[in-house]
Write a protein that binds this ligand. Structure first.
Ligand code: DP6
Length: 360
């Protein structure tokens, strides 16, 4: 499939003034996307758990206008945020070809995150997917002929990808693959697709507690990190390793092999950070407390036989993953031991979820 598939057909009507509200969650990659090319295309396929409690709610107010310029304002918790606007402008410029009606309206974009803005949790995945879903819904309301259910969700994911790569994995759940992979039927570099194979029940309600180790602005953005994979000495090996890990993880998810899961997930997290440490310029996003938490998770696992494990995104925070059946024991371990290593003892309790939706 080519990206032309997502170019919107001529649409019949312009809507009167109105609004559309959506809610979209964040997601946590188990197989990491790190390295891209072309127009937001991934160098390797990635796989994630969609989350449920860490989400963005967006209301898109629209009003018809006549000139062909982009017109929009962004508000976070009712406060105007001009500093968010360059990123949205870049998003609109990238997607105009696919949703040309965006210049027919003046927009006000109101957003609210369920997690604190300064928590170090990337709001781009939930934020961009929530906005992308608003735009596809707007298209649907203008021209409902082409919008079959599949097209609708694929296009929402396609647009979200152009805002932020990982955002395309937030439209659906519980497990989403983005990037063409021979073992995943229907997978594409253009959008995320739900893993259709049966997933063992142990993984469909997995827990993810996000330990907020460092809530400051990251020194190196994800976009900079991705670009450092160009010409990286280990790039090719890394991309093929990711593909092999994804293949292995598919089996693990189907049979419910929690030990196999731990090995792949922790190795992916550490490899992601190893790529950062071995690029030129090199950088380290983990903090001393990140390492202390990892060590304590390993000790706890050895001492208790627990299935708890960790993953990391491009920052110092630690995602603690564990089966629902361990929520009491691991919950206590987090409160009593790991919270000491979080900034202001803060953490977010989350679990696997089903993706974005329109709010009535
Ligand atoms: C480490 O999706 O934030 O979280 O496409 O430049 O917006 P852009 O990057 P982004 O990168 C996410 C990187 C990651 C791994 C992952 O989510 O797969």
């Amino acid at each position: 499939m080519e990206d032309q598939y997502f170019i919107s057909q001529p649409y019949g009507k312009t809507l009167d003034k109105g609004s559309i509200s959506t809610q979209s969650p964040s997601n946590i990659a188990l197989i990491k996307y790190w390295g891209k090319h072309g127009n937001q295309l991934p160098q390797n396929a990635s796989l994630s758990f969609t989350l449920s409690e860490s989400y963005t709610q967006t209301t898109l107010f629209f009003e018809p206008k006549t000139n062909r310029e982009f017109r929009f304002e962004v508000y976070l918790d009712e406060k105007h945020q001009p500093d968010f606007e360059p990123k949205i402008l870049q998003f609109f410029e990238r997607i105009e070809k696919y949703v040309p009606f965006i210049t027919d309206y003046a927009f006000r974009i109101h957003t609210h995150n369920s997690f604190p803005h300064s928590s170090g949790i990337a709001s781009s995945a939930s934020g961009m997917s929530a906005l992308a879903l608003c735009l596809v819904e707007l298209q649907k309301q203008m021209d409902d002929i082409k919008n079959t259910e599949n097209y609708y969700l694929q296009k929402a994911s396609f647009l979200a990808r152009l805002g932020s790569g990982s955002a395309c994995r937030s439209i659906e759940g519980p497990v989403v693959v983005w990037g063409k992979h021979p073992a995943v039927a229907g997978s594409s570099d253009l959008y995320g697709c739900v893993l259709k194979e049966k997933i063992h029940p142990v993984f469909t309600d997995y827990r993810d507690t996000i330990l907020l180790v460092d809530q400051d602005q990251k020194e190196v953005s994800s976009s900079q990190g991705h670009s450092l994979m160009q010409g990286h000495p280990f790039a090719e090996v890394r991309f093929s390793q990711a593909s092999q890990n994804l293949h292995k993880l598919l089996d693990v998810l189907q049979v419910g092999d929690v030990s196999g899961f731990i090995e792949i997930i922790e190795s992916e997290a550490l490899t992601l950070h190893a790529m950062m440490m071995t690029s030129i310029p090199y950088f380290i996003l983990m903090k001393p407390n990140t390492l202390e938490i990892i060590k304590r998770i390993w000790d706890f696992r050895r001492e208790t036989g627990s299935s708890v494990c960790f993953t990391l995104d491009a920052g110092a925070n630690v995602h603690v993953l564990f089966p629902e059946r361990e929520k009491e024991t691991v919950g206590n371990f987090i409160k009593e031991e790991l919270a000491d290593f979080c900034q202001n003892r803060k953490f977010i309790v989350d679990s696997v979820g089903l993706g974005a939706f329109i709010k009535s």
